[in-house]
Design a protein around this ligand. Structure first.
Ligand code: MLT
Length: 408
């Protein structure tokens, strides 16, 4: 028999969201007719922007002809999309990112995991607790951690707790860590970081020759002007940070699949001889070998996000979900819950009643109100006692869900 990857055996439980789906389907087997409102996984519910649909239809029409047919595209993405992203997301905000430093992909989840391919096994790694589980599980799967710890988490990872006391912002580690995962606006807590706070991380990374993985998948939900959308707004970040971005949440592409990762050419690691190696070249090599790019049709859809109509429609989607978040915050607060997030992020992070664990509250809400959320402990042990509600749903469902919760 073949040997399996033993690292997978260290994984403590199934991936969080399938585990939630399993519990929900057990619940529906018992109470099938009831109307469940899903505020669990952060999956969008509103239809695609018309500008994107039109562009994708046109692209398909082109492909119907000999003249317009496209086979394999560039593994890094079509240059016209990379230019649009560079101009609209970075250059317009003073960040000097070149189109060829942008790699188009089918998702930030895959990129934030695949990026480990180009980095050594022995790097020390820091994650926040709670954290988007993909960061931790990818490190476990690739053998970069030890065994699971009884009290939660894995041996060998540095956990940076985020909690009410620190405003859900991780403290800079005392010791040197090679790789740090930061996600702002934060999934799951909805917390954000100011330019000054982010600069401290960039300074730390430069001083310690560390690499920051900056997950900015939720940047489009930022409402306050003084919150940075990109780590490259901070001087020096081009020498210490990789940024992950996505069209999933802003333009509703969770089912279409398009994202991008920024790897500045100025970013280096070193080999065992201490020689500097450009990370861009390694990622370019990795993508050329293991990835055949995102489809032409999808990239055309993504390009349309940057048209006048596309921008207006995306803004409308963001406003729509942020209005949901604000209703959720208000309703939950007025019925006595302590609530965080939801002002610059589509996630509301609430405290569960003291007598319950996060999973108890999950079961309770499902049983009493037919509402699905995400237990905070699913994001790490410091998430225990909290619960995440996603603002991705229809207005009617959000209003209904809040009525149900407040009237249990
Ligand atoms: C979440 O609910 O945390 C997100 O859907 C995760 C993701 O985007 O993969």
């Amino acid at each position: 028999m073949v040997l399996v990857n033993e690292n997978y055996l260290k994984l403590k439980a199934g991936y969080l969201f399938p585990e939630i789906s399993k519990r929900v389907s057990l619940h529906t087997q018992k109470k099938s007719s009831e109307n469940i409102i899903k505020l669990g996984i952060g999956d969008v519910t509103e239809p695609l922007p018309k500008a994107c649909v039109k562009a994708m239809n046109n692209a398909l029409k082109e492909m119907e002809t000999h003249a317009g047919f496209k086979g394999y595209g560039p593994e890094q993405g079509y240059i016209w999309l990379r230019e649009k992203i560079a101009n609209n997301e970075f250059l317009s905000k003073g960040c000097k990112i070149n189109p060829d430093e942008i790699f188009i992909s089918d998702g930030s989840k895959c990129d934030s995991s695949n990026i480990l391919d180009i980095l050594g096994q022995d790097n020390s790694i820091a994650v926040t607790d709670p954290v988007y589980p993909v960061y931790v599980d990818s490190n476990v799967m690739t053998g970069r951690t030890g065994n699971p710890l009884e009290e939660g988490g894995y041996e060998g990872l540095t956990y940076l707790p985020i909690n009410e006391d620190n405003g859900f912002k991780p403290q800079i580690p005392q010791q040197k860590v090679d790789i740090i995962y930061l996600c702002f606006p934060n999934n799951p807590t909805g917390a954000t970081v100011s330019r000054k706070e982010l600069k401290r991380w960039v300074d730390y990374a430069i001083q310690n020759n560390s690499l920051i993985f900056f997950d900015a998948a939720y940047e489009a939900f930022i409402q306050d002007e003084d919150i940075p959308h990109s780590i490259y707004e901070i001087e020096g970040a081009k020498s210490c940070a990789i940024e992950f971005r996505s069209f999933s949440k802003n333009a509703g592409f969770t089912g279409v699949r398009c994202a991008y990762t920024v790897i500045p050419k100025t970013l280096s690691g070193k080999n065992l001889n201490g020689e500097k190696i450009q990370l861009w070249s390694l990622w370019n090599r990795r993508q050329s070998t293991k990835f055949n790019g995102v489809s032409y049709v999808v990239q055309k859809g993504a390009e349309a996000i940057y048209t006048k109509e596309g921008k207006e429609e995306v803004k409308h989607l963001i406003d729509f979900y942020m209005n949901n978040a604000s209703i959720m915050r208000e309703e939950l607060q007025s019925s006595g819950f302590t609530v965080f997030g939801g002002t610059n992020a589509p996630y509301v992070w609430m405290k569960v009643p003291e007598t319950m664990s996060s999973w108890d509250f999950f079961d309770y809400l499902l049983d009493k109100a037919n509402i699905v959320g995400t237990p905070g402990s699913g994001f790490g042990k410091a998430g225990e006692g909290y619960f995440r509600l996603s603002a991705f749903n229809s207005l009617d469902n959000v209003v209904d869900a809040m009525n149900r919760i407040t009237n249990i």
